[in-house]
Design a protein around this ligand. Structure first.
Ligand SMILES: NC(=O)c1ccc[n+]([C@@H]2O[C@H](COP(=O)([O-])OP(=O)(O)OC[C@H]3O[C@@H](n4cnc5c(N)ncnc54)[C@H](OP(=O)(O)O)[C@@H]3O)[C@@H](O)[C@H]2O)c1
Length: 334
């Protein structure tokens, strides 16, 4: 078809750290489209902490990315050719497009069609993308927040965390965020409306710091981190608290660290704890997207982005978010 694709493939697996040299940039000529396939000119690709798990050879909820395979990622782009009657040239789609300039995909890899005249294209990968859907699923569906309840969120300045904090405010809750710097703490308060923010790197004792801020206890806990931050919030749960385990970015993949035994705390507090995998909510993608898009248009849900330019920046951007150096949803603009 006379189009040359650039793509980033996985060359080696982490051992155990994720480093830029695990990836390689390759070029290849694109093949002709088969029946049902579409060709997408990719405009933005997503960088996600979950990629640390996808490139390791220990399978979890999804098959590991193979060596020499194009790096798996969500992306947004414009259809430039289609052999599927449901998709037309010049339409924009969000889907599993991978770290590449051109993606040849079939319908099963597309999540949704989007309209760049309604919301900026990149927003569909942040507050209106996987991160926003995750925030909605964990907070609204699992925690079921009530007005005036206290909600704690870890990675509060990040893409998922900032959406959780803002949705909690829409539901009339008091919000407390954890983050790693004063700069991020300021963003949490000013941009995402958090009532209180704890810089976990500065606090001497996270649990007593939280107790001072929320003496009546925590009703909903949206955890993206695990480890010490998780332990501190569990210490402060209120009766009938709901805890959602969304991520473990603060814990090593191996060996898995031991922590306090929380059985009695859960019993005494009659607390519920539940794991969340956003892929389980993909059959509700459009319904949740429409709600998030409405909040975004109403100015109730802000989307902060950290955009790097050029496909070759994808590996270093992944390393960057795994070191907490991003300020907003990490994306690559192609
Ligand atoms: N379960 C699901 O289906 C699902 C779906 C999407 C995302 N997630 C999870 O949600 C979390 C946030 O993802 P995101 O895409 O929104 O990323 P993000 O928050 O925009 O960026 C990652 C953030 O993680 C924090 N971090 C990085 N290394 C850390 C460490 N060693 N210890 C503690 N914190 C660390 C940093 O925030 P601070 O500087 O504030 O510490 C960093 O900015 C991740 O755990 C991710 O795996 C889960």
């Amino acid at each position: 078809m006379n189009l040359i694709n650039s793509k980033i493939i996985l060359k080696n697996r982490p051992d155990p750290s994720v480093t830029e040299d695990l990836f390689d940039l390759k070029t290849e000529e694109l093949k002709e489209l088969k029946d049902d396939e579409l060709l997408v000119d990719v405009k933005y690709v997503s960088i996600d902490p979950a990629m640390r798990g996808w490139i390791s050879d220990i399978g979890n909820y999804s098959k590991p990315v193979d060596i020499d395979e194009t790096m798996r990622s969500l992306g947004v782009g414009k259809i430039i050719s289609s052999k599927n009657e449901d998709f037309k040239e010049n339409e924009y789609v969000v889907g599993w497009l991978g770290w590449q300039k051109y993606a040849v995909v079939n319908k099963s890899l597309i999540q949704i069609k989007v309209n760049p005249n309604e919301v900026p294209l990149s927003t569909n990968l942040g507050a209106l993308g996987l991160n926003g859907i995750t925030a909605f699923a964990g907070l609204v569906d699992i925690c079921k927040p009530k007005k005036k309840e206290t909600v704690v969120v870890t990675t509060a300045a990040g893409s998922v965390g900032s959406a959780v904090g803002q949705i909690a405010k829409i539901y009339g809750c008091n919000t407390i965020g954890f983050t790693s710097s004063d700069e991020k703490a300021e963003i949490c308060k000013k941009d995402f409306g958090y009532d209180e923010v704890i810089n976990y790197k500065k606090a001497d004792n996270l649990s007593s710091c939280l107790k001072q801020i929320a003496p009546n206890g925590i009703d909903c806990f949206f955890d993206n981190v695990g480890g010490d931050q998780f332990d501190a919030v569990i210490d402060n749960l209120n009766i009938n608290a709901r805890v959602v385990i969304c991520g473990t970015i603060g814990m090593p993949s191996y060996p898995i660290p031991n922590g306090p035994r929380i059985n009695r705390t859960l019993l005494v507090k009659r607390a519920k704890i539940e794991g969340l995998l956003v892929l389980d909510y993909f059959d509700r993608y459009k319904e949740i997207y429409d709600q998030l898009a409405q909040w975004f248009k109403d100015g109730k849900l802000k989307n902060k982005e950290d955009i790097s330019h050029g496909l070759s920046k994808a590996p270093s951007s992944l390393v960057k978010i795994l070191n907490g150096l991003n300020l907003g949803k990490q994306l690559i603009k192609l």
